[in-house]
Design a protein around this ligand. Structure first.
Ligand SMILES: Cc1ncc(COP(=O)(O)O)c(C=O)c1O
Length: 391
């Protein structure tokens, strides 16, 4: 641990973890890829899980008071009060997206996404739901903020073959939080053209100082054909426990939920439900400490980049712990992640996997300690020079 925060974990301890982040590369590679954070678990979650283990409470999931706990969190955090009766507990967010796509679209339909975006959006629309992709790329402004191209979205929604839209809010990997104005325009276009909106709001509880997350359903209203998919998994780092919540607008809840197969409805893990209730009811002190750390990390990462990779382009994210960095000036080709792994011994996500606009980019996980951030940037810098002597 260093002096900055009690939730940081040192590298030796992190290397004892057996999750995907820590076991997919050789020991000399520093992992800064998949969206898991390196912090210690929030004490109320650790206690809830330990006491579940102590009483051997590892049977099939019961959702208990999770809908009410989530509604309480939404009310305090966003002044939004979704009805617990309009929530369904599922294994994960991508299951919520896939199952909703099957409900609201037909096989020949087109689904709008905004590249560059979280890679499973592509595979879920195409391979899992068997639908077609319609890309309306995000557009960077003069300050480098990627925003939603509202005119292009409206034109896309007007096409008869387009029937659904998967909105990533806040957006992974660019870190933008859509404004209430952007969301209102999207909701108006979707309503006008009968497009079903699936808002992936998994990163919403990770919105950082200076930005405000607005829940899509709050803007779109009760008559919207829309859902939000949320989870405690990103903000409280419990993705492996498998628990997410689908919140449907009153307009679609009954019909949508009736369409969801039983095995999907029972896919969540019981420990995931226990952890999510603890997160929403008692996880606030830890979340505030963690957000404060992420706030510092996004600027520290920028400072280290300026010092070691001055030709890289980076805008600190407005939410979450994923840094989207353009390193094309270093001439590493379309997919810089490969040479950075081979030479720098640092595992970052490949930009092209996020679709159009990902060439020459990397996504770097900065949900870690200050010390590890410094090591990550040093390794990226070594990787760009082609030097083999990375330690
Ligand atoms: C935008 C977004 N959606 C969905 C997921 C995956 O969530 P889950 O594991 O609950 O399917 C992630 C994971 O990083 C994500 O960033």
């Amino acid at each position: 641990m260093n002096e900055h925060s009690g939730i940081e974990v040192d590298l030796a301890q992190l290397r004892t973890r057996t999750s995907a982040k820590w076991t997919s590369f050789p020991e000399d590679v520093l992992p800064a890829w998949v969206a898991e954070m390196d912090f210690s678990l929030a004490p109320p979650i650790a206690q809830a899980l330990s006491s579940a283990i102590a009483r051997s409470d590892t049977g099939y999931r019961s959702i208990g008071r999770l809908p009410e706990a989530l509604a309480g969190f939404c009310s305090v955090e966003w002044n939004w009060s979704p009805d617990p009766a309009h929530m369904m507990v599922l294994a994960d967010v991508m299951t919520g997206i896939a199952t909703t796509l099957r409900f609201c679209t037909r096989p020949a339909d087109f689904v709008v996404i905004n590249s560059p975006v979280y890679p499973p959006f592509y595979s879920t629309v195409r391979d899992v739901a068997g639908r077609n992709m319609y890309d309306v790329p995000l557009v960077p402004d003069e300050q480098g903020r990627y925003g939603w191209d509202l005119a292009a979205l409206d034109a896309a929604f007007a096409r008869p073959e387009v029937t659904a839209y998967v909105l990533c809010s806040p957006h992974n990997p660019v870190g933008s939080v859509p404004t209430a104005h952007e969301l209102a325009a999207i909701a108006r276009s979707a309503a006008a053209h009968g497009v079903f909106v699936i808002a992936d709001e998994i990163h919403a509880p990770l919105t950082l100082a200076g930005s405000t997350h607005t829940p899509y359903l709050q803007v779109a209203g009760d008559d919207a054909r829309a859902v939000s998919v949320v989870s405690a998994s990103k903000a409280w780092n419990v993705a492996g426990l498998k628990c997410a919540q689908l919140i449907a607008s009153p307009m679609v809840a009954e019909e949508l939920f009736a369409s969801i197969p039983l095995e999907t409805q029972y896919g969540a893990g019981h420990l995931g439900v226990i952890a999510a209730i603890a997160a929403f009811e008692h996880g606030e002190a830890w979340r505030i400490e963690m957000l404060d750390l992420l706030d510092r990390n996004r600027y520290l990462f920028g400072e280290r980049l300026i010092a070691e990779l001055p030709a890289a382009t980076y805008r600190p994210p407005d939410a979450s712990y994923l840094a989207w960095v353009d390193v094309s000036a270093y001439g590493l080709g379309d997919d810089p992640a490969l040479p950075l792994l081979e030479v720098g011994r640092v595992a970052v996500n490949s930009g092209p996997m996020f679709g159009a606009g990902g060439e020459g980019h990397i996504r770097v996980n900065i949900g870690t300690s200050a010390q590890i951030i410094e090591d990550i940037v040093a390794r990226i810098a070594r990787g760009t020079t082609g030097s083999q002597d990375a330690s």
